[in-house]
Design a protein. Structure first.
Lengths: 348, 315
């Protein structure tokens, strides 16, 4: 182990980074359901013991008013980190987030700012069923004034969370419950990572896979399998959805000519649709194959274990989509031509 | 009595400003939805007149009166309503989104009840910073049926925040009477189980509002709260300018016209010799001159350049 790194988990990193930010700035407060108890996933464990229950404030199950109170506190100079326990419940806070937080700076002609972080987590795992498993990030990326961050690993989560807390704008920070308990290497003293910068997680020349959150590690697995077949895939971890790092996307796809976009959210109307549109705007002249979208089927998330497993997008879906894009310029051998194109790669 | 003069000044400024806004709206010089508070000036004057600049006011969509009473300059406010570059919010917000941070007007809102949670957060920030400043949130009776109201009242009571809820109950939620929206007639009864102090006042009796609010304010300064003041008021104009108002009851209109807070308080002030007729005439003249000055300023201000919108999406 490197002496400047520690082996830990994503969720422990969230708690330790919040503690770091609270030590550095007394204006940082944490509020949400059960946060003073550490929360169901221990993302805020230890904070109330160190900072007290005024700054680490349990709230009633009132997502709308709690989010609004965090906005009001932010407008008054605090730096609140409000937790919405599951992104599924962000529906209850959307009025405050969309109508108040996102527009306050604009509507006030620049007088107000809302240095707010809304932490939440999404994704299907653990048989959470249809109301505790969604990936709703695309809704938020449609709102001018918000920033939307989706880290794929603990080290990035630490750096991006520090930046989110320091940012004068409302930042929605979306974690993925599937990543929470994997052991990872994290810098012992994390430093801020700029919001809005994607990261090339694997360099390659034949194909670009652009992924978010849990789908980054799935895409890296798909890339390894492709490498075994002589296909050199580049994997870009978006890290931030809004503002979007269009430079990184355009630069890579212009070079490889083929693109797969991959997320865990429902494919239709997902952020992949925006990425696909961006890619054809940025790199149309260089495209050698149709852009492929990987996303979940158009159904709510099912409870039953084999159904949830089938529902979740993974490395196999990315692999199939990549093969489809790679084989596109050889129509006679294309799965599409043979009528057996891979699930999740084409069709809706 | 200086207080009487100040109250009259504020009410006259609101009345004349809003009457002028109604004219400018008819000639399409003021833009967007415009909600006037004519008939309800007493509450704004009595409440905001007692506040400091650092006390925060969160207002509703019917915000002109609160803004003027909180000290917002008329020229910048009129320019804002006309969508001009020198407007309070550089022409990006308009009537429903007035903000003047310097004078503690932290926001009006176009979403009924949407301001209530923000005020809770403001009061929480005041408490955590150890300040003695107080937060006031204005809302109509229509907001009381919104979930945000109940969540916010619960939070404020639970956390004992220095927040004063001021309900302007004009008996109408947009076009519909309160009776059609809730079986609970009085808002003070809606919050009764929370156990905090609450008061019902005749909103057209300026001194009654002033004294009820003043008592709450004094306690809030000392860290008490929350409080709710329900003021029974009347909206003499439509929900918005242009509303056909087919729901009006003519008898009630006549009755309320006699209870107009401005004419009523002015008559009382003259009778009590707090002011003389000359002072009253001067106050009205000064208000008209100030409003005309504001219109002149607003008309001379350019529209903002289109680039401004993109510049102000992020701080």
């Amino acid at each position: 182990m490197n002496s400047t790194e520690t082996e830990t988990t994503f969720v422990t990193t969230i708690a330790s980074t919040l503690a770091l930010a609270m030590r550095a700035d007394e204006h940082v407060i944490v509020l949400g359901e059960d946060v003073a108890e550490g929360g169901p996933y221990t993302a805020t464990a230890g904070l109330s013991e160190e900072f007290g229950r005024e700054r680490v404030r349990n709230t009633p199950i009132s997502e709308g008013a709690v989010c609004g109170a965090a906005i009001g506190a932010a407008q008054a100079g605090l730096r609140p980190v409000v937790e919405i326990m599951y992104i599924d419940f962000i529906t209850l806070a959307l009025d405050q987030l969309v109508n108040q937080a996102a527009k306050a700076h604009f509507m006030s002609g620049g007088q107000l700012s809302v240095p707010l972080v809304l932490r939440t987590q999404g994704g299907a795992s653990g048989r959470g069923a249809a109301q505790h498993s969604q990936s709703l990030e695309a809704w938020l990326t449609h709102i001018p004034g918000l920033k939307v961050v989706m880290p794929s690993c603990a080290a990035d989560a630490a750096g991006l969370l520090l930046s989110a807390i320091a940012d004068p704008n409302p930042v929605v920070f979306i974690e993925n419950k599937s990543l929470y308990f994997k052991r990872e290497q994290v810098p012992s003293a994390p430093e801020s990572l700029p919001i809005g910068q994607a990261r090339v997680r694997r360099s390659g020349n034949d194909l670009t896979i652009i992924a978010t959150s849990r789908m980054v590690s799935e895409s890296l697995r798909a890339a390894e399998r492709l490498a075994g077949e002589g296909v050199d895939a580049e994997v870009i971890d978006l890290r931030t959805l809004l503002p979007l790092d269009t430079d990184a996307i355009g630069r890579s796809v212009s070079r490889t000519g083929r693109a797969v976009v991959a997320h865990e959210a429902v494919r239709i109307g997902g952020f992949g649709a925006e990425l696909t549109a961006q890619i054809q705007e940025l790199a149309f002249d260089f495209l050698l194959a149709p852009i492929q979208r990987v996303g979940a089927p158009f159904t709510p998330v099912p409870l039953s274990p084999p159904l949830e497993d089938a529902y979740r997008t993974g490395a196999d879906d990315v692999y199939a989509a990549a093969r489809f894009a790679i084989e596109w310029d050889q129509p006679e051998s294309s799965p599409f031509a043979s009528g057996s194109f891979p699930a999740g790669a084409a069709g809706s | 009595m200086d207080e009487a003069r100040l109250l009259l000044q504020t009410m006259w400024r609101i009345r004349v400003f809003e009457e002028r806004v109604a004219q400018l709206k008819r000639t399409m010089q003021v833009h967007g939805l415009v909600h006037l508070s004519i008939g309800g000036e007493g509450v704004a004057a009595a409440v905001c007149g007692q506040l400091r600049d650092d006390d925060a006011v969160y207002s509703s969509h019917r915000a002109h009166g609160h803004a003027i009473a909180k000290g917002v300059p008329l020229p910048a406010m009129m320019a804002e309503l006309m969508g001009r570059a020198d407007g309070l919010c550089r022409g990006l917000g308009g009537s429903m989104h007035l903000v003047d941070k310097r004078h503690g007007l932290l926001g009006a809102t176009g979403v009924v009840g949407g301001n209530l949670p923000l005020a809770v957060g403001d009061a929480l920030a005041a408490r955590l910073s150890g300040s003695d400043r107080v937060t006031v949130v204005f809302f109509g009776d229509g907001a009381v049926q919104a979930g945000h109201f109940h969540e916010s009242v619960n939070l404020a009571a639970l956390w004992k925040l220095p927040l004063i809820f001021v309900c302007e109950n004009n008996g109408l939620a947009e076009f519909t009477s309160r009776a059609e929206h809730s079986p609970v007639e009085r808002v003070i009864d809606v919050v009764a189980p929370y156990g905090f102090q609450r008061e019902l006042a005749d909103g057209s009796d300026v001194l009654a509002v002033r004294s009820a609010f003043g008592a709450f304010l004094e306690q809030a300064r000392d860290g008490g709260g929350p409080f709710l003041l329900e003021c029974l008021t009347h909206r003499r104009r439509g929900h918005y300018e242009g509303d056909a108002q087919q729901y009006r009851d003519e008898r009630a209109e006549l009755e309320w016209a006699q209870r107009d807070p401005l004419t009523r308080f002015q008559a009382d002030a003259l009778e009590q010799n707090w002011v003389d007729t000359q002072t009253v005439a001067e106050i009205e003249t000064a208000a008209r001159a100030a409003v005309e000055e504001a219109v002149k300023f607003a008309k001379a201000s350019p529209f903002p350049t289109p680039e401004l919108a993109a510049e102000l999406v992020y701080a």
